[in-house]
Design a protein around this ligand. Structure first.
Ligand SMILES: NC(=O)c1ccc[n+]([C@@H]2O[C@H](COP(=O)([O-])OP(=O)(O)OC[C@H]3O[C@@H](n4cnc5c(N)ncnc54)[C@H](OP(=O)(O)O)[C@@H]3O)[C@@H](O)[C@H]2O)c1
Length: 256
């Protein structure tokens, strides 16, 4: 009766796998037995991450993908399919942030954040689910939201709006795709040090924020995201659908 968290025989695609959370999740999925497709725009970085997975005995490949460009998504899925087969686990992780006060946020900044964080999830989700339906395969889609899907923070109006939309998109996709055997869930990470925010968390201001604002008084460690994703991706989570799981040391309970 032990739940099965293994992903042997599964094919997983991770967007934004060139760095940070995406790279860590790709490695974790490979360790759990999935063949993993690493997607992003910086292909050289992807290649390095693929080699690391292969050196650890996993199976992986890199594909160029811009999540704001549907043609590039289709091409990437074609390449993945040709090598590994139909992708049945999709991690919609690619994302950007451009924190600044509401009145200083230019239209271009808002559009960039929304196009990547929301339309990107929409685009990849549609391409992936259409292919799964055509192949008559079940699947699991996991969208990476944020603690800022549950509350706001100073200077994050565009980003928090985008992650709130990811929360609602996750619920909506789950309802519409359920009849095809495709589950859709999300994770909502608290703060983890990555390329996106390392300058801030290396600063005195950032360290002060960690000590004063994060209930756990520390940042998350990237491997702490792997277990939650395996739960949602694997048969262990077969009855979990339409939820976005905070992985944040309770930060979502205490946002100011
Ligand atoms: N770090 C945190 O504290 C934190 C907290 C909550 C949520 N998140 C979310 O976690 C996700 C990953 O962020 P991260 O922290 O790991 O930051 P990161 O290291 O900056 O990674 C962002 C990834 O997104 C990719 N990306 C950006 N725009 C893209 C596009 N148009 N097409 C394809 N890929 C694109 C980047 O790859 P290329 O530049 O190579 O394309 C990169 O691999 C994001 O959705 C972020 O909002 C992060």
């Amino acid at each position: 009766m032990n739940p099965n968290f293994r992903l042997d025989g599964k094919i997983a695609l991770v967007t934004g796998a060139s760095s940070g959370i995406g790279a860590a999740l790709a490695a974790g999925l490979a360790e759990a037995g999935a063949k993993v497709v690493l997607a992003a725009r910086r292909v050289e970085k992807l290649q390095g991450n693929v080699e690391q997975i292969q050196n650890n005995g996993g199976e992986a490949m890199a594909v160029a993908m811009d999540v704001t460009d549907k043609a590039s998504i289709e091409t990437a899925f074609d390449q993945a399919e040709a090598t590994f087969g139909t992708v049945d686990i999709i991690i919609n992780n690619a994302g950007v942030a451009d924190p600044k006060p509401f009145i200083k946020t230019e239209d271009e900044s808002f559009d960039w954040v929304m196009d990547t964080n929301v339309k990107g999830v929409w685009n990849v989700g549609q391409v992936a689910s259409k292919r799964l339906i055509k192949a008559e395969k079940p699947g699991s889609i996991i969208n990476v939201a944020s603690v800022l899907a549950f509350g706001a923070a100073f200077g994050y109006s565009a980003y928090a709006t985008s992650k709130g939309a990811v929360l609602q998109l996750t619920r909506s996709m789950a309802l519409d795709l359920m009849k095809f055997g495709i589950r859709v869930n999300g994770i909502a990470p608290g703060w983890f040090k990555t390329e996106m925010n390392e300058a801030f968390f290396n600063s005195e201001e950032g360290q002060y924020y960690v000590k004063k604002q994060i209930p756990a008084r520390r940042l998350g460690e990237l491997p702490e995201l792997i277990g939650p994703v395996l739960l949602l991706a694997s048969d262990a989570g077969s009855y979990i659908n339409g939820t976005v799981l905070p992985v944040d040391g309770a930060h979502h309970t205490a946002l100011v």
